[in-house]
Design a protein around this ligand. Structure first.
Ligand code: SF4
Ligand code: SF4
Length: 294
């Protein structure tokens, strides 16, 4: 049995990628299962998805703790999660990044493949949905399934949910990524992240509404706790601000879900440590003073 663990962020489509990989294996006559794991986190928070592939029926139902392959849809996750935890000896990591394999450090010496799935997605789909492109890289790097089966799997899973046209486009993104995937090795120098509890224990939580920040083993809860979560590394696009067009209406300040826009004299300032690149400010700005750029 082969086990694959996907690390992505809410909204990146890790779950559909896991399902399309399972569908591809099924096209080749094998057995496959796929399922996600996420809590109550918002869009952009780390999520996991899993695929198991075998020639025989699969009875194992747990999360994948000892994967043969780890797939990382967002390179920024390498800084926040121990992505290689439990990776089998001889296993492989596949990363969405513009870097070469030897330039990526996941904390251990490992076979590693890279593909700039974000650029492929922007070119083919016109949006940074990297899940189909990363599937092309999986076919190239692992040989688990053929690229033709991946294309069929995408057309089935993506096409069913999003329509046949989108299914075809995503299959094209997978093929382009397949051709651009670079295989290699990387050496680990960075310290591995130690696993942190996923959630505070119920006994650590304050009674009723928290009125002051409280430290727990899993981090701070209550007012101001979001400051610990630097959402700036979730970003693909960043807001570009044109002060000349700005009328200081404060709409962007009001709508920004991260509260990272501040009025500073006669201009607005954007805190890139927290801006997650959602584009809401650009959408809401009546003066078109904000443009989202890569
Ligand atoms: S893109 Fe705009 S609205 Fe979204 S987080 Fe960044 S500053 Fe806030
Ligand atoms: S919404 Fe646009 S015009 Fe209004 S303050 Fe923000 S940048 Fe300026």
């Amino acid at each position: 049995m082969y086990e694959v663990r996907f690390h992505g962020r809410g909204g990146q489509g890790a779950v559909m990628a896991a399902q399309a990989l399972a569908s591809a294996a099924f096209q080749e006559g094998g057995y496959a299962t796929a399922f996600p794991f996420f809590g109550a986190e918002r869009r952009g928070a780390p999520v996991l998805a899993f695929t198991r592939i075998d020639k025989k029926r699969i009875y194992r139902k747990t999360q994948v703790y000892e994967p043969d392959f780890v797939v990382i849809l967002d390179e920024g996750l390498v800084d926040t999660v121990n992505v290689v935890e439990g990776l089998k000896k001889g296993g492989m990591v596949i990363v969405n990044t513009a870097k070469k394999p030897e330039e990526v450090d996941v904390g251990i010496d490992v076979k590693l493949a890279t593909v700039d799935a974000t650029t492929v997605a922007l070119e083919v789909l016109k949006q940074p949905a990297t899940n189909s492109a990363i599937l092309g890289a999986i076919a190239k790097a692992t040989g688990l399934v053929k690229i033709e089966s991946i294309e069929k799997g995408i057309i089935q899973v993506f096409g069913d949910r999003l329509g046949p046209k989108i299914g075809d486009l995503n299959a094209k993104a997978a093929r382009v990524a397949y051709d651009r995937t670079v295989l290699g090795e990387s050496h680990g120098h960075r310290p591995l992240k130690t696993a942190k509890k996923w959630l505070p224990d119920v006994n650590e939580l304050p009674m009723g509404v928290a009125s002051i920040p409280m430290k727990t083993e899993a981090g701070t809860v209550g007012p101001g706790s979001f400051r610990e979560n630097k959402t700036g590394n979730w970003r693909v696009f960043r807001p570009e601000y044109d002060k000349e067009k700005c009328t200081m209406c404060n709409f962007c300040w009001f709508y920004c879900p991260e509260g990272c826009i501040d009025r500073n004299g006669d201009r607005m300032d954007f805190d890139m440590g927290y801006c997650k690149g959602c584009g809401i400010c650009a959408n809401e700005c009546p003066a078109e003073a904000i443009k989202m750029v890569r």
